[in-house]
Design a protein around this ligand. Structure first.
Ligand code: SF4
Length: 442
């Protein structure tokens, strides 16, 4: 899920506008960003939406391509080390005639602080025969850095080229409270077609392998730990719907939290979903990592439009699944994310409905300012209205935060990742009652 990051207090909207106005001047691109400019959306509501109606139902059942099995590299036939959980990693090392202790030494060099080995040349201190075996049979890299772009607020967006030439994006978000978050992608593009999300315009190209996911976190530490300090949190809120790639996401999180390796706390690894109910049940059963659910509406009418996944798994089913699933969890709160769209989901009636919807679910609520992007129909809720909305929730006893927008001047913020092709997934037909609101905002 693209609705990223942990909790920040939000800056004033005036600062946000200032950032948007300083897109070029205030930034420090390390390479030239390949980012399209903001442009006004097509007004009039797309006639094409009926011709190429996006089907979440079909997306949920169609096998999603990946590259090979994610364990053996398709081209070289070598084993992808970062695609193995520790148990399988150790078994593989033993199958090659080496001891478990050597597996642990290698694991620490791949994931341990200050090493994050990316090649055979970085494996100091290992037995020569072991290194020779690795050179013949193991692959260390799944990603290649294509671009790094730095936004004016210190957020970094890394563009990675995959071995099949596709490109994904990862965002590193420093926070002044000694915490830095890496926002990882789980798919190339996304099939969910959320109407407020730029990545959704790409459609889905393929799932990422566990190695491709894990290596985003490894790269973040390798590239930026010296500059921004320890990278403490991971959020699966980059490109893609993580739970549509649940096997690889669960494997990647297991690797990330291993205490001899990257050693992220499970509570600091957050997997976000748009609401794929069967996979959500599995995640709650099998994972100790944190969960975020992108809610964004308080009734099915609006959610069916802005998040078409709701047509298959509606609000009542989604929330009931959470109620049931959280019963077996101790001290566990789901994070509801709520992107505020002016005139669409930000009324006081919405605030009251939201209070009712979540009242018996252990949760926190994150209110997120909408980040505009090329072709988007929506506008952000004003500061004043957002604060009023927040205060209404807080007065009812909800734990509620407002999230600072980060990296928006380099298209690195929530809902802004990806580079859609010329032919994009079409936007859905706008319900009649919202056309006036949208037209009035332009
Ligand atoms: S389309 Fe929806 S699920 Fe997919 S990346 Fe965007 S917000 Fe996340």
């Amino acid at each position: 899920m693209e609705l990223s990051r942990s909790v920040w207090m939000r800056r004033l909207w005036s600062n946000h506008l200032l950032l948007l106005n300083k897109v070029t001047a205030a930034t420090t691109p390390i390479y030239s960003p390949t980012i399209p400019p903001l442009s006004p959306p097509r007004l009039g509501f797309p006639a094409s939406s009926n011709r190429r109606r996006h089907s979440i139902s079909a997306a949920a059942h169609t096998p999603i391509p990946t590259v090979g099995n994610g364990i053996v590299d398709v081209g070289s036939k070598k084993v992808l080390l970062k695609g193995l959980r520790y148990g399988d990693f150790e078994k593989w090392v033993q199958s090659q005639g080496f001891r478990p202790g050597q597996a642990l030494m290698l694991w620490k060099r791949l994931y341990g602080n200050d090493i994050w080995a990316h090649s055979i040349d970085e494996l100091e201190g290992l037995n020569k025969d072991f290194v020779k075996m690795l050179s013949d049979h193991a692959d260390f890299r799944a990603l290649c850095v294509k671009d790094i772009v730095k936004a004016s607020d210190g957020t970094r967006k890394i563009l990675f080229t995959l071995k099949d030439g596709l490109v994904i994006e990862t965002v590193v978000i420093p926070c002044d409270r000694g915490r830095t978050t890496v926002c990882v992608s789980s798919q190339v593009g996304c099939a969910m077609n959320c109407q407020f999300c730029y990545t959704g315009r790409m459609g889905l190209k393929r799932n990422l392998t566990a190695a491709e996911i894990v290596e985003q976190a490894v790269f973040a530490r390798r590239l930026f730990s010296d500059e921004v300090g320890s990278i403490t949190n991971v959020v699966f809120m980059g490109m893609g719907e993580p739970l549509q790639n649940i096997d690889n996401v669960l494997k990647a999180t297991d690797i990330m939290v291993h205490d001899q390796g990257l050693h992220f706390s499970p509570r600091r690894v957050t997997v976000s979903t748009s609401g794929l109910v069967p996979q959500l049940k599995r995640f709650l059963r099998e994972s100790n990592c944190s969960l975020a659910v992108s809610l964004n509406a308080t009734n099915d009418e609006v959610r069916n439009w802005i998040m078409p996944v709701n047509r298959k798994y509606n609000l009542a089913l989604l929330l009931d699944t959470l109620r049931q699933g959280l019963r077996s969890k101790r001290n566990y709160k789901v994070l509801f994310e709520y992107v505020m769209l002016a005139g669409i989901n930000d009324s006081m009636e919405d605030a009251k409905r939201l209070i009712d919807l979540v009242q018996d679910i252990p949760c926190k609520i994150n209110l997120i300012s909408f980040n505009p992007h090329s072709g988007s129909l929506f506008r952000p809720t004003s500061d004043e209205k957002m604060i009023e909305f927040r205060n209404t929730l807080a007065a009812a006893g909800c734990v509620v935060f407002m999230r600072l927008s980060r990296g928006d001047d380099q298209m690195a913020a929530c809902g802004q990742l990806g580079i859609p092709d010329e032919i994009q997934v079409p936007l859905l037909r706008v319900p009649a009652q919202f056309r006036t609101v949208l037209e009035a905002s332009f």
